[in-house]
Design a protein. Structure first.
Length: 316
C-alpha cells in the first residue's frame, strides 16, 4: 500500500486554494454538569435542548426540549441545576439565569435583566457553598442584539441581588468560569475572537461578599484558540478545554492543538490530553469518585477516567 499520508491533492479536481466549508451542523454541545446520582446534563445549543446521559443505562434522553438556548450548566451546593439561557445559534434564546429543582421540576428565574436591560448571552456559571452564584455574560453571536454596553461577570447574592464584579477593560470577553476548591479564587476565561484579542486565563482573589480583586494571568494561549470552559481538580490544578485544528478566521492559529490542558494555579503547564474533535467547549467531573472527566466537544460527549478526583461544589 502506498503512504497515504503522502498522497497529494488531486489538483485536477480541487484547487489548492479551495477552502473546506461547514455550511450546516447537527449539534453543538456545551455545559456538562453531573448530578450526585451520576447523570450528566449537557446542552445542545444548536437544537435548543438540554440532554441527560445516564451512565448506568448508557442512555441519552432529552431533559428539556426548549432550553432557551442554554449554554453553561452547573449543580449548586443544594443540587439544583443552574442554567445559563443564552442568545446563540438561532432564535429563542431567553438571555437569563435559571435554577431547576430536579425533585419538583420547578424552574426559578434568578435574573433576566440588569439595570432594566436584557443580558447579552449568559454563558457559564460557578457557585459557592454560601449560596453566591457567578456567571459570565459575553456576546459571541449577533452583537446587534446587545443592549448592555459591556460584557461582564456578575455575582448573584443568596438574596437575589445582582451586581457586576468584573468588566472591561479588565477582561475583554468573559467566557468559562470556575472556583478553586477553597472557594477563595475565581478563575475566568477571557476569550475575545478578534485579531489580537485576549486568550487568557485570569485568577482573582474572591472576598466573602463576592468581590473579585488582585487580577493575575494564570496562562495565555494567544494567538491560538484559547480556553472555553474549565474545571478544577481537588489538587487545585485547572483543566481547560482549548485549542483548534482548523482556524475559523484570522483571529485564530493552529498553535494550540485541541485538547484538555492541565495548568497549575501558578501557571505551570502540566500536560495536554488530546481529544479527537475540533471544538472542545467544556468539561466537568463525575462518577462515584469524581475521577471520570466528561468533555463536551462539537457533536460528542466524551468520558475519560483520570487518576485524580475533580472538585464540585455539591460533592465536597
Amino acid at each position: 500500500m502506498p503512504d497515504l499520508h503522502a498522497t497529494p491533492l488531486p489538483t485536477d479536481l480541487v484547487s489548492p486554494q479551495t477552502v473546506l466549508e461547514n455550511p450546516a451542523a447537527v449539534a453543538f454541545l456545551e455545559g456538562p454538569a453531573v448530578h450526585s446520582d451520576s447523570r450528566v446534563f449537557f446542552s445542545d445549543i444548536w437544537n435548543n435542548r438540554i440532554l441527560c446521559f445516564n451512565p448506568w443505562m448508557r442512555e441519552t434522553t432529552v431533559f428539556r426540549s426548549d432550553s432557551g438556548r442554554t449554554n453553561g450548566n452547573l449543580f449548586d451546593h443544594q443540587q439544583r441545576l443552574l442554567s445559563c439561557e443564552g442568545n446563540e445559534f438561532g432564535p429563542g434564546g431567553r438571555r437569563r439565569l435559571v435554577r431547576t429543582n430536579l425533585a419538583t421540576g420547578e424552574v426559578e428565574v434568578l435574573t433576566e435583566q440588569f439595570e432594566g436591560k436584557p443580558y447579552n448571552s449568559p454563558n457559564d456559571v460557578a457557585a459557592r457553598s454560601n449560596g453566591q452564584i457567578f456567571f459570565t455574560d459575553p456576546c459571541y453571536g449577533d452583537r446587534s442584539t446587545m443592549q448592555l454596553a459591556h460584557e461582564s461577570v456578575y455575582c448573584v447574592s443568596p438574596t437575589g441581588a445582582v451586581r457586576v464584579i468584573l468588566t472591561q477593560p479588565q477582561v475583554q470577553r468573559p467566557n468559562g468560569i470556575a472556583l478553586s476548591p477553597d472557594e477563595g479564587t475565581l478563575y475566568v476565561v477571557d476569550s475575545c475572537p478578534v485579531v489580537g484579542g485576549n486568550r487568557k486565563i485570569w485568577a482573582f482573589d474572591l472576598a466573602e461578599n463576592g468581590d473579585a480583586s488582585h487580577p493575575r494571568v494564570v496562562f495565555d494561549f494567544a494567538p491560538g484558540r484559547g480556553g472555553d470552559g474549565m474545571a478544577v481538580l481537588q489538587s487545585g490544578d485547572l483543566v481547560i478545554a482549548a485549542g483548534i485544528a482548523r482556524p475559523r478566521g484570522p483571529h485564530e492559529t493552529t498553535e494550540v492543538p485541541p485538547g484538555v490542558y492541565v495548568v497549575s494555579p501558578r501557571g505551570e503547564l502540566r500536560g495536554r490530553i488530546p481529544v479527537p474533535e475540533d471544538v472542545l467547549t467544556n468539561l466537568t467531573f463525575g462518577g462515584d469518585d469524581l475521577r471520570t472527566l466528561y468533555i463536551t466537544a462539537g457533536k460528542t460527549l466524551f468520558a475519560l477516567r483520570i487518576q485524580q478526583p475533580g472538585w464540585l461544589v455539591h460533592r465536597r
